[in-house]
Design a protein around this ligand. Structure first.
Ligand code: TMP
Length: 261
């Protein structure tokens, strides 16, 4: 990793904003806030990596918030439960549900946090709707783009991490994974869908291949995206994400020294 053991100079220390007590590190806030999103198909390890980034940023003193879509609000949790159980919605109806949950999460959590200078990490965002309801379910891409813009008030992530994997491999991981619903170790946002109620995970392979194709298409030539192969050790994926996140944070005024402790 690139973590060193340097002792901070006085200048670096003052850049780190020590609080009035003098010995307590004040949390790093960023003017205008930051939004980092995680995307990918089923079983790519997205939620684990989103949590890992969140804990790392918190440990560095970067004031952060972690949330999951759909979820993070009463409305969002209900949409999540509903979407996992129902098989009957049209792509547009599904899109509108996800957008409603998104608008609520934006209103309750994301907007206030970024206005407060926080770094918001989202486990899925607008690109999920494009990949799932658009590319995989055949919904109109331009309509989804418009609805995304309406639901978010045109908020575009500063960085989107795409964890990319062949769905054949990723789906095998899903069927083996422990029940995250009950997991004590899962300290991030809790999923409200019990195992066995994950509708998309049971869709045909072609559906998952279209999701992957959609994401790769979306990320092509767009510097907001950071595409990482998901079939590597978790710590390698985390290091690759941190490298990119660090650049983003430093570009937004977080002192380099913070990452060297
Ligand atoms: P996950 O948190 O396990 O990925 O579950 C969320 C599910 O909802 C996943 O199958 C992807 C799906 N989804 C969409 O289809 N469209 C969306 O816009 C979002 C946010 C999620």
């Amino acid at each position: 990793t690139d973590e060193g053991h340097g002792i901070l100079t006085a200048k670096e220390q003052s850049a780190l904003n020590f609080g009035p007590g003098g010995d307590r590190l004040k949390k790093q806030s960023i003017k205008g806030g930051l939004l980092i999103t995680f995307e990918g198909g089923e079983g790519v390890g997205k939620s684990t990596q989103a949590e890992r980034l969140f804990h790392k940023l918190e440990s560095l003193g970067v004031d952060s918030v972690l949330a999951q879509e759909p979820g993070g609000s009463d409305l969002g949790n209900n949409v999540r439960r509903w979407i996992k159980r129902s098989n009957s919605s049209s792509p547009l109806a599904e899109t509108l549900l996800f957008e409603a949950a998104r608008a609520q999460l934006l209103h309750e959590t994301v907007r206030p946090a970024i206005e407060d200078g926080k770094t918001v990490i989202l486990d899925r965002f607008t690109d999920s709707t494009l990949a799932y309801q658009g590319y995989a379910r055949g919904g109109d891409i331009e309509v989804i783009k418009s609805l995304n813009a309406i639901a978010t008030g045109d908020l575009v992530p500063h960085l989107t991490v795409l964890l990319d994997a062949d769905p054949k491999i990723a789906l095998a991981r899903v069927s083996n994974r422990p029940n995250l619903f009950d997991s004590e170790q899962n300290s991030g946002p809790k999923r409200v869908d019990p195992e066995g109620e994950r509708r998309f995970e049971q869709a045909p392979l072609k559906f998952h291949q279209n999701i992957r194709k959609g994401y790769l298409e979306l990320s092509k030539g767009d510097s907001r995206w950071c595409v990482i192969g998901a079939n590597q050790a978790g710590h390698r994926i985390h290091d690759a994400i941190m490298k990119r996140a660090r650049r983003l944070l430093v570009d937004h005024g977080v002192p380099e020294a913070l990452f060297k402790r």
